[in-house]
Ligand binder design. Structure first.
Ligand SMILES: Cc1cc2nc3c(=O)[nH]c(=O)nc-3n(C[C@H](O)[C@H](O)[C@H](O)COP(=O)(O)O)c2cc1C
Length: 187
């Protein structure tokens, strides 16, 4: 069964984006497995650290997880009308050394979704990821879009997805992503 790696760009315990990722793993169609990976142990990128000690263990492990998977799902918060630095920092580390980019990311389908307590649903953050996808040679999937706005009404206090409309949209998004991952894997 194709597996995709799902990553939330928030470190917050009560994160809406991590809650959305957990809901995605639950609502994925039976023919797609979503493995939740974490960026919590990724240090700040420092070229001196890389030169002296190489790729940190947490980064190397995540790179191999992505390399072995058939696709990616980024679940992005929106900070200052763009993507969060914490999330970008993790992806910057994952892109090192640059010679590994084709092996780790090259041609993989990637989906991006996100949640915010505000009204915009992470539209700007999702768009801000596009140049990064191009730099990594990823294959972004635009067949459906999922912008979760006013997230405080969509998840309960335990982080469970309680909005039937968003559940339906998420399931449809994942069904579409599953189809492209399946197609890409068959090629
Ligand atoms: C520095 C900062 C900037 C933010 N900027 C935006 C923004 O531009 N648009 C938005 O919808 N929410 C913005 N927010 C609110 C976040 O969407 C909110 O904190 C959200 O809960 C973060 O995602 P999480 O719940 O997964 O941690 C910002 C929050 C912070 C801390």
């Amino acid at each position: 069964m194709p597996t995709i790696i799902g990553i939330s760009g928030s470190l917050r315990k009560g994160s809406f984006n991590s809650a959305l990722l957990r809901a995605a793993a639950d609502l994925a169609p039976p023919e797609l497995s979503i493995t939740i990976a974490s960026i919590a142990d990724v240090p700040l990128y420092d070229a001196d650290l890389e030169a002296e000690s190489g790729i940190p263990e947490a980064v190397a492990a995540l790179k191999e997880q992505i390399a072995a998977a058939q696709g990616l799902l980024l679940v992005t918060p929106e900070y200052n009308q763009s993507l969060p630095g914490v999330f970008k920092n993790a992806v910057d580390w994952l892109s090192r050394p640059a010679k590994d980019i084709p092996r780790v990311f090259g041609g993989k389908p990637v989906g991006v979704i996100g949640a915010t307590p505000g009204p915009g649903g992470t539209r700007l953050a999702q768009t801000a990821w596009l140049p990064v996808f191009r730099a990594l040679g990823l294959s972004p999937w635009f067949g459906k879009q999922l912008y979760v706005a006013v997230a405080g009404n969509v998840f309960d206090a335990q982080g469970s997805l309680v909005d039937a409309k968003v559940s339906g949209l998420l399931a449809a998004y994942l069904a579409g992503l599953s189809d492209v991952v399946k197609d890409a894997t068959a090629r």
